[in-house]
Design a protein around this ligand. Structure first.
Ligand code: PLP
Length: 318
């Protein structure tokens, strides 16, 4: 299995092995053997001096192809990826990444699994992140907004190339031998169907595609106006601000995570819930958010950043 550093896929023994976040591996004897991780597609942090975004994508895809060849293509089952990385810090793929990567996976017959647990059902502005980034996955993993998490439910979609060998083998051995106790729960399924109906009735995708323009504009404006924002990034209704104390060197003179943790606390006092991931502050509001509520978020963030700039400038921040 190949996945990416900073990817997040869960915490079971296999999904935590796919996950590429050190703290999920440390102390748990993970990843299991056979799980390989490649460079995170984060141009701001991983791009080299003078390298264009396209060239960065080419280098990353070359790295993946070299790994496939070194391991032996017949030994690689699948490539797992979030269309946009969520828990790893909201990483939007660089220009050309998916376009260049997919033919390589196809060439070696490697299944592409799109983990749509965060991206699915509108987060990126289209129904699926795979549509936003023109990805044709062989499998899709769905959860969260499938039921708006009112009841727990997840689903796996697969194409015939994946399904048929599983069906054939299940017939041969007489059972699909990997069901879960709570799989196919009818109550959760009914709630999910109703959530999907409401999404359609309210034309939530149209709302997201409209309001997200304002969300992204306000987010990116902070990237330009605040001396503490190294990178403002996002797509649809997911976004993040990576905080630094020195924009030129893209670094913080404080302990890792201190800036975002402090901002998170100040924001919470204003009634704005963000998520601090290292020094990245992430925003992922409900899809029904209004333009006015987007302003409430980013007015609050602007005030907090201005306060932190003052405190850092006067040496009060420690
Ligand atoms: C992209 C992604 N995949 C998988 C998961 C794991 O889902 P669960 O915790 O329900 O196993 C998460 C959880 O946040 C996620 O963000």
């Amino acid at each position: 299995m190949i996945s990416r550093r900073r990817g997040y896929h869960g915490i079971t023994i296999a999904s935590a092995s796919l996950t590429g976040i050190p703290v999920d591996h440390q102390s748990f004897d993970l990843p299991l053997p056979g799980f390989l991780h490649v460079t995170a597609p984060h141009y701001y942090r991983e791009g080299q001096e003078g390298e264009s975004e396209e060239a960065f994508s080419t280098r990353l895809v070359n790295e993946i192809e070299a790994l496939i060849l070194a391991e032996g293509p017949q030994t690689i089952a699948a490539f797992f990826a979030e269309p946009v990385m969520g828990a790893g810090g909201v990483i939007v793929p660089p220009q050309g990444y998916w376009e260049k990567l997919q033919p390589v996976l196809k060439k070696y017959g490697i299944i592409l699994v799109a983990d749509e647990v965060i991206c699915g059902f509108g987060r990126t502005g289209r129904m699926f992140g795979s549509q936003t980034f023109d990805i044709q996955p062989d499998m899709m993993i769905l959860s969260k907004q499938l039921s708006s998490s009112y009841l727990p439910i997840s689903a796996i979609l697969m194409n015939d190339m994946v399904f048929e060998p599983i069906a054939d083998e299940s017939h041969a051995i007489g059972a699909f031998a990997h069901g879960f106790t709570n799989g196919g729960n009818p109550t959760a399924a009914a709630v999910a169907i109703e959530v999907l109906n409401i999404m359609e009735e309210r034309d939530l995708m149209a709302h997201v595609s409209d309001v997200s323009v304002h969300f992204q504009a306000r987010l990116r404006a902070l990237g330009a106006s605040s001396t503490l924002v190294g990178e403002a990034r996002g797509v649809g209704l997911i976004g993040a601000l990576e905080l630094v104390t020195d924009k030129a060197t893209r670094s913080s003179s404080l302990q890792v995570g201190q800036l975002a943790k402090y901002a998170f606390g100040l924001l919470q006092n204003k009634g704005v819930i963000a998520r601090a991931m290292g020094d990245t502050l992430a925003f992922s509001p409900p899809l029904i958010i209004t333009r006015e509520q987007v302003d409430m978020i980013f007015d609050g963030v602007a005030e907090v950043l201005a306060q932190m700039e003052r405190e850092i400038g006067s040496g009060q921040f420690h």
